[in-house]
Design a protein around this ligand. Structure first.
Ligand code: SF4
Length: 362
């Protein structure tokens, strides 16, 4: 049996970033206490078993105080078998030594830091306020407590950005002792402060220039792109996210989370009031075999290694290269995809037009 993942959402943040359209609310100690009680009930309701990874995201998990964080990690420990990896998102501004000590106590394997940039002007635009030295010190502290798998998120694509600023951000990231970098192209989504301020997205050509620039710098410095927006040092891919891209099942618990269990994709309510009353799942969608196949192709092509043809054939009881023969041949002849080591994959320079390739294929 294929193991599942578990995603746990902590929706609290002490500050709201201007680009954010995630499910979040301002941190309050009393609301967080109530939330954790409901979250634990939801976790218990699933009788969770057969998982290989747990990911605690948000919001900002480290906005919880030390007592709350201890309670959460203790709960996770009660359902976690020894070899299950545990990742947690953290924010430099509220990550302190006591919280890192807790991560060590509960054998957290991986910490993901929302850095986004080191440029003070961009950080101000985002409503964030760390400095490079603070980030460096926190990363050293994390290492001191024995955790060496550290991701940093980077956002690119602000109107106020240019190649010098981007270069400086990447150079600073590369000087840190980290194993993974996740890239986010800035999107100005409707329900964001940036949108209300009338900020605009940059042109597609500029996005592409920035992406290529980052790609080349990271590859030249020992990082490997294993997914269109994710780069790691060898052996440090995000096991939890790989499970999503391989279209495996996962439990999703907490406000606004989604999950995928027994061929059903579900989403929890985004209303904290409802969630605290125990009204959790908001939407359920049964996946037909065609839906599953669609997701496997769509998600698999995001990976550098591509879609495992043998696995696909045995899962869907068909031959990928026969069922999609004409479309795949057309894409191969255009140099957009290739077949390598029994995998169907996008060719090196064409990840940027993945949407077009998917449209052609699906
Ligand atoms: S980006 Fe993260 S830290 Fe910032 S407001 Fe959104 S959820 Fe909170």
């Amino acid at each position: 049996m294929m193991k599942k993942g578990l995603y746990i959402h902590i929706p609290f943040c002490q500050k709201i970033c201007t680009y954010c359209d995630f499910c979040k609310v301002y941190y309050s100690s009393s609301l967080s206490d109530l939330y954790l009680d409901e979250l634990f009930k939801e976790i218990d309701s699933y009788h969770i078993k057969d998982i290989s990874t747990i990911y605690v995201g948000g919001g900002t998990p480290t906005s919880l105080n030390v007592i709350q964080l201890d309670k959460l990690l203790n709960k996770i420990n009660s359902i976690r078998e020894e070899d299950v990896s545990l990742s947690i998102e953290a924010n430099i501004e509220n990550l302190d030594e006591e919280k890192i000590k807790l991560f060590q106590k509960y054998h957290v394997n991986r910490i993901s830091l929302g850095i986004q940039s080191f440029n003070s002007n961009l950080l101000k635009i985002m409503n964030r306020s760390h400095t490079f030295d603070e980030v460096k010190d926190k990363i050293e502290l994390i290492h001191k407590y024995g955790i060496d798998d550290i991701n940093c998120d980077l956002i690119y694509g602000f109107e106020e950005e240019n190649l010098d600023i981007l270069n400086d951000d990447i150079e600073k990231l590369l000087s840190l002792d980290i194993t993974h970098i996740s890239l986010y192209a800035l999107m100005i989504n409707q329900n964001t402060i940036l949108n209300n301020l009338g900020k605009k997205e940059i042109s597609q050509d500029l996005y592409r220039n920035y992406y290529d620039f980052i790609y080349n710098k990271l590859i030249d410095n020992g990082f490997y792109r294993y997914e269109v927006s994710n780069f790691s040092k060898p052996g440090y891919q995000s096991q939890h996210n790989l499970l999503y891209w391989k279209n495996r099942e996962y439990y999703g618990v907490g406000l606004g989370s989604s999950g995928y269990l027994e061929n059903v994709r579900y989403t929890n309510t985004k209303s904290l009031t409802k969630y605290l009353k125990g009204e959790r799942v908001f939407e359920r969608e049964k996946c037909s075999i065609e839906d599953k196949e669609f997701y496997s192709l769509m998600l698999g092509l995001r990976l550098e290694e591509g879609i495992d043809i043998k696995e696909f054939n045995s899962l869907y009881n068909k031959n990928l290269l026969v069922s999609y023969k004409d479309k795949i041949n057309k894409l191969i002849n255009s140099g957009l995809v290739e077949i390598k080591d029994d995998h169907l994959k996008i060719t090196k320079d064409n990840f940027y037009i993945m949407d077009y390739i998917l449209k052609e294929l699906l």
